[in-house]
Design a protein around this ligand. Structure first.
Ligand SMILES: Nc1ncnc2c1ncn2[C@@H]1O[C@H](COP(=O)(O)OP(=O)(O)OP(=O)(O)O)[C@@H](O)[C@H]1O
Length: 269
C-alpha cells in the first residue's frame, strides 16, 4: 500500500497479512437509544450499538427492517427522532472523516475516472496533487489503466471500484457501505468482496456494511448484527481469520444460524 497511509496504527487482530492495523483516524461509534419514526411508522426502536474503531460490522435483516435508515443516521444523512450517536477516534479528531458507498456508483459522466476519484478529496486540493492521490488509489483497486477513461466506458464492477476509490482517496476513518455490491453479478461480486476485504485490512478504517447477502456478511465482517422491525435481535462475532474462503463449513453453519434469525425461526412469540 502506498499513498493511502495513516501515520499511527495500533494492532487489532492477526491474520495472514500479519497484525491488522487500525487507522488513527478510525472512529469508534457509540449509539444509544436510537429511535426513528417516519410519521406513524416506527422504523428504529431503541437501538444500542458500540462499534470499536477498525471493526467491520455487517447489518442484515429483512427488506424494510430499517438497515439503510440506521446507516443513513450513522452517516449524518438523516436525523434520529430520539437517542444519541457519537464518534471517537484515537487521533481525537472531532469530526471523523466518514464516507459512504451506495449500490449505484453515482459517478459524474463528464469527468474521467481519475477526476471522479479526485472528487473524493473535496475542494482545496490542487489538481496535480489530486491526480497523484487518485492514481495511487486507482492502483489499489486495480484500475490504473482506466484512469483516462469515461465512466460510460467501464463495466458495472469497474464503476463500483471507481466509487470505492473515490471514497478511499480521502482516507476515511469510517466507511459506510449500503449494498455496494448488490447490482453486480455473482463472480464480480466475489472479486469485489475480496478487494473490499483487502483494503479494509490494509487501511484499518471502521466499516459498516448493509447487505441482503448473509454469505457476504460472514465473509467480510468481524461481527454481524441482525435487525428485525427496527430492533437488534442478534449480534454475533465472526471469529475467523481473513481471507475467508467460500465453502468454509464453519462459515456455512454461521450463515444458517443468521438466516434462521432473519426468518424468525425458533422464536417463541
Ligand atoms: N424518507 C422516508 N420517508 C418515509 N419512510 C421511509 C423513508 N425512508 C425509509 N422509510 C421507511 O422506513 C422503513 C425502513 O426502510 P429502510 O430503507 O431503512 O429499510 P431496509 O431494511 O434498508 O430495506 P431494504 O433491505 O429493502 O433496502 C420502510 O418502511 C420505509 O418505507
Amino acid at each position: 500500500m502506498n499513498v493511502v497511509t495513516h501515520e499511527r496504527f495500533r494492532a487489532a487482530e492477526v491474520d495472514d497479512l500479519g497484525p491488522r492495523p487500525v487507522a488513527a483516524g478510525a472512529a469508534a461509534i457509540r449509539v444509544r437509544g436510537l429511535e426513528k419514526d417516519f410519521g406513524d411508522n416506527k422504523v428504529l426502536r431503541g437501538i444500542d450499538l458500540d462499534i470499536p474503531a477498525g471493526q467491520f460490522v455487517a447489518i442484515i435483516g429483512k427488506s424494510g427492517c430499517g438497515k439503510s435508515t440506521l446507516l443513513r443516521i450513522l452517516m449524518g444523512l438523516d436525523q434520529p427522532t430520539d437517542g444519541t450517536l457519537s464518534f471517537e477516534s484515537a487521533d481525537r479528531s472531532a469530526t471523523p472523516n466518514a464516507r459512504i458507498v451506495f449500490q449505484e456508483p453515482r459517478l459524474l459522466p463528464w469527468l474521467t475516472v481519475a477526476d471522479n476519484v479526485a472528487v473524493g478529496l473535496g475542494e482545496g486540493v490542487s489538481k496535480p496533487a489530486g491526480r497523484a492521490e487518485a492514481a495511487a488509489v486507482l492502483s489499489e483497486v486495480q484500475l490504473s489503466e482506466k484512469a483516462g477513461d469515461w465512466p460510460a466506458q467501464l463495466s458495472g464492477g469497474q464503476r463500483q471500484r471507481v466509487a470505492l476509490a473515490r471514497a478511499l482517496v480521502s482516507k476515511p476513518g469510517v466507511l459506510a457501505l449500503d449494498e455496494p455490491l448488490g447490482a453486480l453479478d455473482a463472480l464480480t461480486r466475489i472479486s469485489m468482496q475480496e478487494l473490499l476485504n483487502r483494503v479494509w485490512r490494509e487501511l484499518g478504517f471502521t466499516a459498516v456494511l448493509v447487505t441482503h447477502d448473509v454469505s457476504e456478511a460472514v465473509h467480510l465482517a468481524d461481527r454481524v448484527v441482525v435487525l428485525d422491525e427496527g430492533r437488534i435481535t442478534l449480534d454475533i462475532a465472526v471469529p475467523h481469520p481473513h481471507p475467508r474462503r467460500h465453502g468454509n463449513p464453519a462459515l456455512a453453519e454461521l450463515e444458517g444460524k443468521l438466516l434462521a434469525a432473519i426468518l424468525g425461526e425458533g422464536r417463541t412469540s
